[in-house]
Design a protein around this ligand. Structure first.
Ligand SMILES: NC(=O)c1ccc[n+]([C@@H]2O[C@H](COP(=O)([O-])OP(=O)(O)OC[C@H]3O[C@@H](n4cnc5c(N)ncnc54)[C@H](OP(=O)(O)O)[C@@H]3O)[C@@H](O)[C@H]2O)c1
Ligand SMILES: *[C@@H]1O[C@H](CO)[C@@H](O)[C@H](O)[C@H]1NC(C)=O
Length: 265
C-alpha cells in the first residue's frame, strides 16, 4: 500500500470530505487528529472511535496569527504526525452585477480560509515534516475542479482554489528538488461537486432549493481513497478526472520545462 502514513492531522474534520476521509483512514488503522471549529462534533468524532484511534484539536484556521503557536502545540502533543491534510474550506457567491451588495469582508474570509491559512499552515508544519527524513511524510491539500474551470457564481472561491492549485505545483517542485525535503510528498485532491455541507451553508443556494447536488460522498471517498493508496500525487475525482483535468496537461508539461530551465527555487 502506498499510503504509508500512520498519524494524520486532518484539518476540516467535522463534516463532509474531511470527516469521510478521516473515518476511512481510521478503518485502515491510521490514527487521526481531527481539527475544526465545532467542538461538539470533534468530541463526537473522538467518542465514536476512542482515544486509541482518534484525537481532536479545536482551532479556527482563519486565526492566521495564531497558527504558529497552535502548530507548535499540536506537534508537541502528537510528534508522530507524518501526514497533514489541509481540507477546510468555505464557498460564497460573488455577484459583480450587484456590486453594492458585495461584502468585501466575506471575500476576505474566503481568501483567508481557502488560501492564506494554507500557506501559513504549510510554512509552520513543514519543519516537522522535513525532520522526519528519511521516513516518508506528506502534505495533502484539497482544491477543486473549479480551480481548473471556474464557475462564475462563486467567482472568488474558484480564484482561491486556482491560486492554491498553482501554489501546490510550485511547492511540489521545490520540495522535490531539495535534498532535505524530498521525502515530503505533496498531494492534491481535486473533487467535483460532492454532497456535503459546503452548499447547504450558502443562504442563496438554500433560498433556491439548490443545495443537494453532486457526487454522493461515499462514492467520492471510495475513489479518492483508492487513488491515495496507489500513491497518486494529483488526484482528480469523478467528472474532474473524466473531463476537466485534460485541460491541464499542456500547462503541466510547460511547467515542467520551465522548472528544468529555471530551477525550482
Ligand atoms: N463539496 C464540494 O462540492 C466540493 C467540491 C470541490 C472541493 N471541495 C473542497 O473540499 C473541502 C471540504 O469541503 P466539504 O465539501 O467537505 O465542506 P463541508 O462539509 O462544509 O466541510 C468543511 C470543513 O471545513 C472546516 N472549516 C471551515 N472553516 C474552517 C475554519 N475557519 N477553521 C477550521 N476548520 C474550518 C469545517 O469545520 P468547522 O465548521 O467545524 O470549523 C468542516 O469540517 C473544502 O476545501 C472544499 O472547498 C468541496
Ligand atoms: C446576481 O444579481 C443579479 C442582478 O440583481 C440577479 O439577477 C442574479 O440572480 C444574481 N445572481 C445570484 C447567483 O445571486
Amino acid at each position: 500500500m502506498s499510503f504509508p502514513y500512520k498519524t494524520v492531522l486532518m484539518i476540516g474534520c467535522t463534516a463532509g470530505i474531511g470527516l469521510a476521509l478521516a473515518e476511512r483512514m481510521i478503518e485502515n488503522g491510521i490514527f487521526v487528529i481531527g481539527v475544526g471549529r465545532r467542538k461538539e462534533r470533534l468530541d463526537a468524532f473522538v467518542a465514536k472511535y476512542g482515544s486509541k484511534k482518534a484525537a481532536a484539536s479545536q482551532f479556527d484556521i482563519t486565526n492566521v496569527d495564531g497558527i504558529k503557536d497552535w502548530v507548535a502545540e499540536v506537534i508537541k502533543t502528537y510528534p508522530d504526525i507524518d501526514c497533514v491534510f489541509l481540507n477546510s474550506g468555505i464557498q460564497r457567491t460573488l455577484n459583480f452585477t450587484k456590486p453594492e451588495a458585495i461584502d468585501l469582508a466575506s471575500v476576505q474570509q474566503e481568501m483567508t480560509t481557502n488560501y492564506m491559512s494554507y500557506v501559513a499552515l504549510t510554512t509552520y508544519l513543514l519543519p516537522h515534516l522535513q525532520s522526519l527524513a528519511p521516513r516518508p511524510a506528506a502534505l495533502a491539500a484539497v482544491t477543486s475542479g473549479l480551480a481548473l474551470v471556474p464557475l462564475p457564481r462563486c467567482a472568488n472561491y474558484c480564484a482561491t482554489k486556482a491560486a492554491l492549485h498553482s501554489l501546490l505545483w510550485s511547492l511540489r517542485a521545490q520540495l522535490a528538488g531539495d535534498e532535505a525535503s524530498r521525502h515530503v510528498r505533496v498531494v492534491e485532491i481535486l473533487p467535483p461537486a460532492v454532497q456535503t455541507e459546503l452548499h447547504e451553508l450558502q443562504e442563496d443556494l438554500r433560498a433556491r432549493g439548490h443545495t443537494n447536488f453532486g457526487m454522493p460522498l461515499v462514492e467520492f471517498t471510495d475513489e479518492t481513497w483508492d487513488a491515495l493508496t496507489k500513491g497518486k500525487e494529483e488526484i482528480p475525482v469523478g467528472m474532474v478526472k473524466d473531463r476537466f483535468v485534460k485541460a491541464d496537461d499542456e500547462r503541466r508539461e510547460m511547467f515542467q520545462q520551465m522548472v528544468k530551465m529555471m530551477g525550482a527555487t
